[in-house]
Write a protein that binds this ligand. Structure first.
Ligand code: NAG
Ligand code: NAG
Ligand code: NAG
Length: 234
């Protein structure tokens, strides 16, 4: 190898190292799995392979003893169309696990041990609303829920209230802070976005049940607000 070739090999290796799952070259089909460019099928494994190429199309990890899935596991796999986690030992799935799977057509979660309690409520709601084809999934517990289908469980409003945060809406603003306030019986949120020298105000829409854009105060206004406002500290 010439030194420039060595340098190239080293940078490729470093790229692979830093890009993690994104690096196809570095991806080795894990033992117990069969891989093609767009498909990975693992049978009988206890763990999900650590690096899965992001451009994967079809991922099956079946008939194993997978009990846990890392939060956000599938969030970088926008092309995933087919996902099977059938016949494993999963009782709970991390909240919003499937939210970013925009291409998903088919999901198979059969043969797991899902507990139909509040921690899985997001899953029940997601199953009910998804456009993907989902095989029937049944509750394995608690006793009074056993055998019921997850996707037609009615969870009455008021049940499962918790202080955990649930993703409700994404707002494309990079904010330093978010303050909620009410004014004349309406609810607003003020997002300080110093990178665009602005402060974005959004108003709660009682019909859409979302925040909608209300105002965008730009840098100059913020400055004069700080100078004149009663809470200005400078
Ligand atoms: C997984 O197990 C089921 C039931 O035992 C069997 O029908 C199926 O063929 C197995 N799947 C694979 C990919 O081995
Ligand atoms: C399902 O498809 C409909 C119609 O294309 C769309 O309006 C809706 O947002 C989709 N739902 C989800 C959860 O993607
Ligand atoms: C608010 O205004 C700033 C400055 O004009 C702009 O850069 C920013 O994108 C706007 N934010 C929104 C959410 O409209």
């Amino acid at each position: 190898m010439t030194s420039s070739e060595q340098w190239l090999a080293l940078s490729v290796a470093l790229l692979c190292f830093y890009a993690g799952a994104e690096c196809k070259r570095n991806f080795k089909c894990p033992s117990g799995c069969t891989c093609t460019k767009e498909t990975i099928i693992c049978v009988g494994t206890a763990q999900i392979p650590r690096t899965i190429p992001n451009e994967i199309n079809s991922l099956s990890m079946v008939n194993g003893s997978i009990a846990e899935i890392t939060e956000g596991m599938f969030s970088l796999m926008p092309s995933l169309q087919l996902l099977s986690l059938a016949n494993n030992k999963m009782r709970f799935l991390p909240r919003d696990l499937f939210f970013d799977l925009d291409s998903l057509l088919e999901l198979d979660l059969r043969g797991n041990s899902f507990q139909c309690i509040c921690e899985n409520k997001w899953l029940m709601t997601w199953l009910k609303n998804t456009n993907a084809t989902v095989s029937d999934v049944f509750c394995a517990g608690p006793n009074d829920m056993k055998g019921k289908r997850l996707n037609d469980l009615p969870i009455p409003p008021g049940e499962c209230i918790s202080t955990d945060f649930v993703r409700h809406q994404s707002i494309p603003v990079q904010a330093m802070s978010a303050d909620i306030f009410s004014f004349k019986e309406d609810i607003y949120i003020a997002l300080a976005a110093p990178n665009t020298n602005s402060c974005v105000i959004m108003e709660w829409d009682h019909i859409e049940m979302n925040f909608r854009k209300f105002d965008n105060i730009t840098g100059r206004d913020i400055h004069s607000l700080q100078v004149d406002g009663p809470t200005g500290t400078q």
